[in-house]
Design a protein around this ligand. Structure first.
Ligand SMILES: Cc1ncc(COP(=O)(O)O)c(C=O)c1O
Length: 391
């Protein structure tokens, strides 16, 4: 039975409850006897000796803050990394990762780490991209890879391998993961070196890739958006996919704080730009599919594919035409339909923007038709957009 001897000071109620519910699955992962101090608000609260400890209790102790900072061997670090992964493995699964630093693929989430001295970590000198995995195929891998290489070129990051080798590595990483539904994320960085600003001390650029397993959400209900008060990135940075996503994170947080799904950026001239990780499109009163130009925002692979697929709706007479140009806020807010487009959302109808209800306040038919086209394309589109993964 797990036990814990404490000094005379009272233990916090949470801890007491926790310790009472100690299960029988104690492990000897940590040394059987250990002195720990607990801090509350930075003040030592009590000291105790942990005789035996379960994973759950360890998690709690770590979250409270242990005063003694242990010096760990590599093996101990790996053990602890594995333990920390255990704690949130239900949230996301990472079945495979590639790193050019160790020159291979690992399936052990504890080993999925990147060096602290990598310039991407401490200076933000890196670019990234994604590709969805659907039915054992990588969707629009080549489009994403092209954008990835364009971003790397703007960021002046040399490629560690040629495009074909990178492509093969990405496909092999997915193959090793055995994941058939989820997404692949990959980064190019100026690589490990030193902690200076210039990357001249980095001997070799680095490629990292990770597979994230999840089931796609089937929630395509209409959502609300707000205009972002966070400044949009200047065009040079907005048109590339660098890892500098702080404005995007703050833009997303702002939406969540205001009870909305996403925030919408306006560009420096006040025209509709994009969301933090999605593009926007409208259906005008004249039944035209309208999208903002891509010269100051990210050229979304989903948006581009939607533009191509929407020709089918033109042929069927469901829309009159397709247009990419500057869009004013007023025009956007009085559109019949508004939608968000991106790898994460696919096509998501917007039913309210700030205080303005869009159209009749319901999900529109064009957004629904475009969603169906994209889903169909992901499942059975041409080989140019579906790269089979040889498992
Ligand atoms: C800023 C931004 N705009 C648009 C998009 C949509 O791009 P895609 O359709 O390629 O996912 C993303 C994707 O992450 C993004 O980060």
């Amino acid at each position: 039975m797990a036990s814990l001897r404490s000094s005379s000071q009272p233990i916090s109620q949470t801890l007491q409850i926790y310790l009472k519910s100690f299960d029988q699955q104690h492990d000897s992962l940590l040394s059987p006897t250990r002195n720990v101090s607990f801090y509350r608000h930075g003040i030592p609260s009590f000291r105790c000796t942990v005789v035996r400890i379960s994973n759950q209790a360890q998690a709690l102790i770590d979250s409270i803050q242990v005063s003694e900072v242990p010096v760990l061997s590599c093996e101990e670090v790996i053990k602890r990394l594995r333990l920390s992964r255990e704690r949130y493995k239900d949230k996301q699964e990472f079945p495979a990762m590639y790193s050019s630093v160790f020159g291979g693929i690992t399936t052990d989430p504890a080993a999925m780490v990147i060096p602290m001295d990598d310039h991407m970590v401490h200076r933000g000198h890196g670019v990234f991209d994604t590709a969805l995995i659907m039915d054992g195929h990588l969707y629009e891998l080549d489009e994403h890879l092209d954008r990835f290489l364009r971003s790397a070129s703007v960021a002046k990051i040399n490629l560690p391998f040629d495009r074909e080798r990178m492509r093969n590595i990405l496909i092999q990483t997915v193959s090793t993961s055995k994941c058939r539904e989820g997404c692949l994320r990959y980064w190019l960085s100026s690589g490990p070196g030193d902690f200076l600003l210039s990357p001249s001390g980095c001997s070799q650029s680095a490629l990292y890739a990770i597979v994230i397993k999840y089931l796609y959400s089937s929630d395509y209900s209409g959502i609300k958006v707000v205009t972002s008060s966070i400044p949009i990135k200047p065009p040079m940075f907005a048109t590339m996919k660098s890892i500098n996503y702080l404005p995007n994170v703050l833009c997303q947080m702002e939406a969540e704080e205001r009870g909305c799904f996403a925030s919408i950026w306006l560009d420096s001239d006040g025209f509709v730009a994009e969301g933090p990780n999605m593009n926007v499109a409208f259906v005008t009163k004249e039944k035209e599919l309208l999208m903002p130009k891509f010269d100051k925002i990210l050229s979304g692979c989903t948006a581009k594919r939607v533009l191509a697929l929407s020709e089918e709706l033109v042929k069927k007479g469901e829309i009159k035409g397709v247009c990419v140009r500057d869009v004013t806020v007023e025009e956007g807010k009085r559109a019949d339909e508004m939608m968000l487009l991106g790898g994460g959302v696919l096509v998501r109808p917007v039913i309210q923007w700030d205080d303005q209800v869009i159209g009749n306040g319901k999900e529109g038919p064009v957004a629904q038709a475009l969603l169906n086209l994209i889903l169909e394309d992901m499942k059975s589109g041409p080989p140019t957009v579906r790269v089979p993964v040889p498992y």
